[in-house]
Design a protein around this ligand. Structure first.
Ligand code: RIB
Length: 292
């Protein structure tokens, strides 16, 4: 079983569902409210763990009930939690998520996630270097992400970077990552807005894996631009679809799949996840995916 180590965020999601998304200055009555474990890092760790990888989480929570809730949840799905620091004086990260009109909008307050600094990385360096793949997102300080990228490059450890929420990435960050998984909108931001994205994808064969929602996933394989179609399903909540995709992709790659096969597997997992409310609640196990 391959090992995925996630260095990333841990949040508690406050999910409101409603028919209508409120406009600025408007109040609407919604349908439901749930508190669900989330955070792009934790979501991806859960997806990788459920889909066949040994999964370990490195990150920070506050010394509060949300932190306890998040760690208990990760333990319950067999994600390693020994490298999660509990930090005093800052709250666990939270996300306010509105699910309405077939899409979601999210505000994240990072809280303790921004305590995931170089000292934390140094402390868990050996765990990072024991990974078959390190998985990161951008909900912890960019400086930490760049530090881990450098460390992994020096030690030949593969990194899958999910650049969300997107910021422009340095050339060296792009070069150091083995795989980068932006959506179309994020692709423009990470590369710098004025570049020709197709040309850039050609410069990085088998590295820039661009998710296109219901249209599928595209990447340049060295010869041609490939489009791997998504699996069609009834959408309930798209929150965490990208996280399921990244966790599943990492799991498949560390367990020996070639890239195209891993993308097809990850597409299937992401499609399954959007048929349920919440980022983690809908993530399939290997067994569920096989029987689907
Ligand atoms: O990608 C979905 C996640 O983004 C949510 O779980 C929320 O916590 C935010 O981090």
């Amino acid at each position: 079983m391959g090992k995925v180590v996630v260095v990333g965020s841990i949040n508690v999601d406050m999910v409101f569902t409603s028919e209508k998304r409120p406009k600025a200055g408007e109040t609407v009555l919604g349908n439901s409210f749930s508190l669900i474990p989330g955070g792009k890092g934790a979501n991806q760790a859960v997806a990788a763990g459920k889909l066949g990888a040994e999964s370990v989480m490195i990150g920070c929570v506050g010394s509060d009930s949300n932190g306890e809730f998040s760690i208990d949840n990760l333990k319950s799905v067999n994600v390693g939690t020994d490298c999660i620091d509990i930090v005093n004086g800052v709250p666990t990260g939270v996300a306010n998520i509105i699910v309405a009109e077939n899409d979601n909008s999210i505000i994240v307050i990072p809280g303790a996630n921004y305590e995931a600094n170089r000292d934390v990385i140094d402390k868990y360096k050996e765990v990072i270097l024991s990974a078959d793949m390190v998985l990161m997102q951008l909900e912890i300080p960019l400086e930490t992400v760049e530090y881990v990228l450098e460390l992994c490059k020096k030690n030949n450890v593969k990194v899958l970077l999910n650049p969300a929420p997107a910021v422009e990435l340095s050339q060296s960050a792009i070069e150091s990552a083995s795989y980068i998984t932006p959506n179309e909108h994020e692709l423009k931001i990470i590369l710098g807005k004025n570049c020709d994205t197709e040309e850039e994808m050609k410069k990085y064969p088998n590295k820039l894996i661009v998710t296109l929602g219901s249209k599928g996933v595209k990447y340049f394989d060295g010869n041609e631009m490939k489009l791997i179609p998504s699996n069609k399903v009834e959408v309930v909540d798209t929150t965490g679809a990208g996280d399921t995709f990244c966790g599943a992709l990492a799991a498949a790659l560390v367990n020996g799949s070639v890239l195209e096969e891993a993308i097809r597997f990850a597409n299937k997992a992401a499609a399954y996840a959007i048929t349920k409310l919440g980022a983690q609640s809908g993530m399939p196990t290997l067994e569920q995916l096989k029987n689907n």
